[in-house]
Design a protein around this ligand. Structure first.
Ligand SMILES: *Cc1c(COP(=O)(O)O)cnc(C)c1O
Length: 421
């Protein structure tokens, strides 16, 4: 459920008409709904209660500090994958004890940064990384809490670019070698093992792969405890999928996912952490864009928008589907016509949808890409020197620009011309 609905014939974010925002901010822009972010976060905490748990929002899906503060104020933890994301979480007022640090390539500099600022745990992805954390923490005279990310070798049955739990993927250590790696962890100075971490991929639309992975984690917990390790925390990752094509997709609900967690690892007495990104942020955001031209091509009509692949890369990068809806509500019986929906970037890959049935649209009309909150703005670039797309946060009947569109002067000022030119 989300809070983007037609009211009085025009699409609203909560109580604000998107067309009103478009008039002041200009298009394209991302718009997020506070009520939807809040609701999705709460669905997870309710699904995990009464187990002791922490829902760590995966910042990489949507990292605007205002969004992080919205969730952080509710008590959310944060899952960060870089020093920069850590600083964003801190800037949002989230204390270090609610921040977990994931990612395969943490640098020593990043390790120092988070150890200075405070960190709940490192999710360690390899032995060399574990040794580096041990060295850095020892040199600083502190102890770093760690979990080790295990790769359970299960098929997440999702897009190959976002599957992470198969043995050929770069993530984690093979679960079969866990005993050996935990034994080394126990010997190393400066680190303390607190649990196990697993994350098998993103946009999972079935529970079965989670079940396989979590059963393996449960077995591993018992084995490692028998070997003398104090496994008290299980970080079960993120990855629950959302319906991008509302008419025919119904992925599992957080409550079903929570029940699965209880069934598979609930009796171990561990504190449970999860790292959802997309399910919290995805349907909490839309990308609003204006129609620049309607071009009648050979056997097809092109809807040329002012948003492009640099603003929302998922369709060209993953072949992803986004529902596209007109901001002005079409009449119920309005005839549909097929459009190839494209942006102005000079690449054929700059195509959002092919032969998409839509009500008839004209120059100046507005459309909204649904489910664009996750992996939207965060993956935007300034390719073609298109200013980075701005972000707006709605809360009830008011809204704020939470990242302004840069001016061309600002963009050009970032380049420097060397003295010899
Ligand atoms: C990307 C990622 C997540 C979030 O995945 P979603 O599909 O957005 O829920 C969580 N944990 C880790 C380690 C990740 O890399």
């Amino acid at each position: 459920m989300d809070h983007f609905l037609y009211r009085s014939g025009t699409l609203h974010a909560e109580d604000v008409a998107l067309a009103d925002i478009a008039r002041t901010v200009g298009t394209p822009f991302y718009c997020y709904s506070t009520a939807t972010l809040t609701r999705h976060y709460q669905l997870f905490t309710e699904a995990l209660s009464p187990m002791p748990h922490l829902v760590c929002f995966a910042i990489k899906s949507l990292s605007n500090v205002a969004v992080l503060k919205t969730l952080g104020n509710l008590g959310a933890g944060m899952d960060v994958v870089s020093g920069g994301e850590y600083l964003r979480a801190k800037a949002a007022g989230v204390p270090g004890e609610r921040i977990v640090f994931s990612g395969v390539g943490k640098t020593r500099e990043e390790m120092r940064l988070v150890l200075e600022g405070g960190i709940r745990q490192f999710n360690v992805e390899s032995e060399p990384e574990m040794r580096a954390i041990s060295e850095v923490a020892t040199a600083m005279g502190v102890t770093a809490p760690i979990t080790i990310r295990v790769n359970p070798d299960v098929d997440a049955r999702t897009h190959e670019k976002i599957a992470t739990g198969k043995k050929e993927n770069k993530f984690g250590i093979p679960i079969a070698r866990a005993s050996e790696v935990y034994a080394e962890a126990a010997r190393l100075p400066g680190i303390e093992v607190v649990g196990i971490d697993v994350h098998i991929g993103s946009q999972l639309t079935e529970l079965e792969p989670f079940e396989q992975a979590y059963l393996k984690v449960a077995d591993l917990t018992r084995r490692l405890r028998a070997e003398g390790h104090d496994i008290r925390r299980l970080d079960l990752g993120g990855g629950l999928g959302i319906p991008y094509q509302r008419s025919n997709e119904a992925p599992p609900l957080p409550v079903e996912y929570g029940a699965l967690i209880k069934r598979t690892v609930g009796d171990l007495g561990c504190e449970i952490e999860i790292e959802p990104g997309r399910l919290i942020s995805g349907n909490s955001g839309v990308l609003v864009s204006g129609v620049i031209y309607v071009k009648n091509g050979e056997g097809r009509d092109f809807l040329i928008l002012d948003a492009a692949m640099n603003d929302l890369v998922r369709p060209s990068m993953y072949g992803a589907w986004h529902d596209i809806v007109p901001v002005e509500e079409p009449a119920p019986a309005a005839e549909k016509q097929e459009y190839d929906v494209v942006g102005p970037v000079c690449e054929t890959g700059d195509t959002f949808a092919k032969a998409r049935p839509l009500p008839k649209l004209a120059e100046g009309d507005l459309v909204a890409f649904r489910s664009a909150g996750a992996y939207g703005a965060v993956m935007a670039s300034e390719y073609n020197t298109r200013p980075l797309v701005p972000e707006v946060l709605v809360n009830g009947d008011h809204y704020a620009v939470i990242r302004a569109r840069p001016t061309f002067d600002e963009i050009l000022a970032r380049d420097t011309i060397p003295e010899w030119l």
